[in-house]
Design a protein around this ligand. Structure first.
Ligand code: PNS
Length: 180
């Protein structure tokens, strides 16, 4: 069974048709961290096109409005020509198929992530066999980093320097003030 879906194609020097692989990297990104960014760079090197897709979640109240999360992401990926940022709502697999993506990328930081991610990947496979989930690991330095911890540390006056892009750090300081 082929899970490859064309995001466009070209030919190599032997005249063989090469299919381009488009990957979706979905998430809440509230806010984007250096761990997310590390993964985007790895995806950008591995896939022909990468769509960073921010979930429009009506259930959770985010710290940053979706427009601001998208702006921050666009800013930090601006030097990666094969990466774009968009939003989605509804089922992730439907969005992936609509976007011509054959791959969903999810980051795995530690074994504790695996169970939830496996459940989601299996369910997504059941929902659509056209899309394959690929797990990728960020650099070790980000293995304990999460947006939730970044929000909590900022709220409580701690430093998130080195954990988030500088524009996110500045924005968090504006929101919570510099207390340390
Ligand atoms: O950054 P997050 O919060 O871990 O991302 C979770 C996300 C957005 C990937 C997940 O909640 C999702 O895919 N939501 C879309 C709705 C959906 O497809 N649900 C079924 C998943 S099996």
């Amino acid at each position: 069974m082929s899970i490859r879906r064309q995001a466009g194609c070209g030919r190599n020097s032997c005249g063989e048709v090469l299919m381009k692989i488009r990957a979706v990297y979905p998430g809440t990104f509230d806010p984007v961290t250096n761990g997310h960014l590390d993964l985007v760079h790895r995806c950008s090197a591995l896939f022909d096109e990468v769509v960073v897709a921010v979930l429009r979640n009506t259930e959770k109240i985010p710290l940053f409005a979706i427009e601001e999360r998208v702006q921050m992401l666009e800013n930090v990926v601006r030097r990666l020509p094969n990466v774009s940022v968009t939003t989605f709502e509804g089922l992730l697999v439907d969005f992936a198929v609509r976007s011509g993506a054959s791959v969903i990328v999810r980051g795995i930081r530690a074994v504790s992530d695996y169970e939830y991610e496996l459940q989601m990947a299996m369910m997504n496979r059941r929902l659509s066999a056209k899309v394959e989930t690929v797990f990728m690991m960020p650099a070790e330095a980000y293995s304990y980093l999460s947006s939730r911890l970044v929000r909590e540390i900022s709220l409580l006056g701690g430093s998130v320097h080195g954990l988030v892009p500088s524009l996110v750090e500045r924005r968090l300081k504006q929101m919570y003030g510099r207390r340390i």
